[in-house]
Write a protein that binds this ligand. Structure first.
Ligand code: GLP
Length: 259
């Protein structure tokens, strides 16, 4: 796992956007796994800016989103589909048919999940899976004790995650308890993973993911078994890493050919 510590969330997101842009320039028909949440917003803004001012071309890119709330359709302002439309899809030249977000209104959820998995396979698999992390160490919506071999399926959120996500809902609205999420096993099949985490609230989860044991209690720790992971964190989220100075020196002293 490559651990890159940046001074602030702005630098984390602009470096994340540069990694995505490099992939899209090298492989215009790349398949990219996308996250939502507060953390990646500036990354999407930077990708939109690169599209508008640097001709970054998304016309052949295919995307698969990580997760969605059951019961919320694309027009619901708190759905992840809406988030993607507002923050990214509407502002770049990606054809709608190449974007995929789990269907929160699917009538037959297990059947939908099977189709989502086959669509990823048919697209050739995910080249770069971008991830955030929950304060409890979840990736996608794979809550603690999720099977590390799990596939796309329905999950029930923990109270902690419901509380953390309340800020995106109006005060009188109920946060859905059920979600559809890519499984940990599905995420592990991506060719590369890029996890971004910012703020002190993520520090415990980040340390558990990188330096703790591989355990279903911290689903993100499964990434220790993945051959190609970049973890991009700001100083606050890196605050509990025991080997922080080591990771900083590795990054500073990278051989030129590796940069
Ligand atoms: C939700 C999403 C995750 C995301 C997490 C952290 O639970 N399902 O994919 O990583 O939130 O989001 P934030 O960046 O808002 O802290």
């Amino acid at each position: 796992m490559e651990i890159i510590i940046q001074p602030s969330s702005q630098e984390v997101c602009s470096l994340a956007a540069r990694i995505v842009a490099k992939l899209v320039r090298e492989k215009p028909a790349a398949v990219i796994g996308l996250p939502t949440g507060g953390t990646p917003r500036p990354m999407y803004a930077e990708l939109v800016r690169m599209h508008q001012t640097e001709q970054l071309d998304f016309s052949r890119v295919t995307t698969f989103n990580l997760d969605e709330y059951v019961g919320l359709g694309p027009d619901h302002p708190c759905s992840y589909h809406y988030y993607m439309t507002e923050n990214f899809f509407n502002h770049v030249n990606i054809p709608e048919k190449q974007t995929h977000v789990p269907d929160g209104l699917a009538e037959d959820v297990p059947d939908f999940c099977r189709h989502y998995e086959s669509a990823i396979r048919e697209a050739g698999g995910i080249d770069l899976q971008i991830l955030g992390i929950g304060e409890d160490g979840h990736i996608g919506f794979n809550e603690p004790t999720s099977s590390l071999a799990s596939r796309t399926r329905i999950k029930t959120l923990t109270q902690k995650t419901v509380d953390a996500n309340k800020r995106f809902f109006k005060s009188d609205e109920i946060v859905p308890r059920h979600v559809i999420t890519l499984g940990v096993g599905t995420i592990m099949e991506a060719k590369r993973c890029l996890l971004i985490a910012c703020g002190q609230g993520k520090a415990v989860a980040v340390a558990a993911m990188v330096e703790g044991p591989v355990t279903a209690m911290t689903p993100a720790s499964a990434l220790q078994f993945h051959p190609s992971v970049v973890l991009l964190v700001d100083e606050a989220a890196a605050g509990r890493l025991a080997l922080g100075d080591y990771y900083r020196s590795v990054y500073r002293n990278k051989p030129d050919w590796q940069r």
